[in-house]
Design a protein around this ligand. Structure first.
Ligand code: ZN
Length: 98
């Protein structure tokens, strides 16, 4: 199985499989972001993906979604929504299925 090496803010270097990563692509350029849950501390992490990283991730079979609207920075409202969502017991299921 392909192993993808990345870093966690808390744990340092970690290894993930393609199914552990969700890639988000914008429509205007080839750059995107990818997110994953650290297998060691279970925190959700988000990283920018350059076009090179995007092509590597796609080649390993990472699932991806295209953002229809190009969007600006994350707003405080979204941060609040996110923090609120974490209070629910099923946040992880919803995170994985979204
Ligand atoms: Zn971690």
């Amino acid at each position: 199985m392909t192993t993808i090496k990345t870093t966690c803010d808390h744990c340092g270097e970690i290894h993930l499989g393609p199914s552990d990563i969700a890639l988000e692509l914008g429509t205007s350029d080839t750059d995107g972001t990818y997110r994953f849950v650290c297998p060691d501390c279970f925190s959700i992490q988000r990283r920018p993906a350059t076009s090179r990283v995007v092509s590597i991730l796609l080649a390993t079979g990472v699932s991806y979604a295209v953002n229809i609207e190009s969007r600006g920075p994350i707003t405080m409202f979204e941060v609040d929504q996110f923090a609120e969502a974490l209070n629910d017991d099923d946040w992880f299921e919803r995170f994985v299925s979204s």
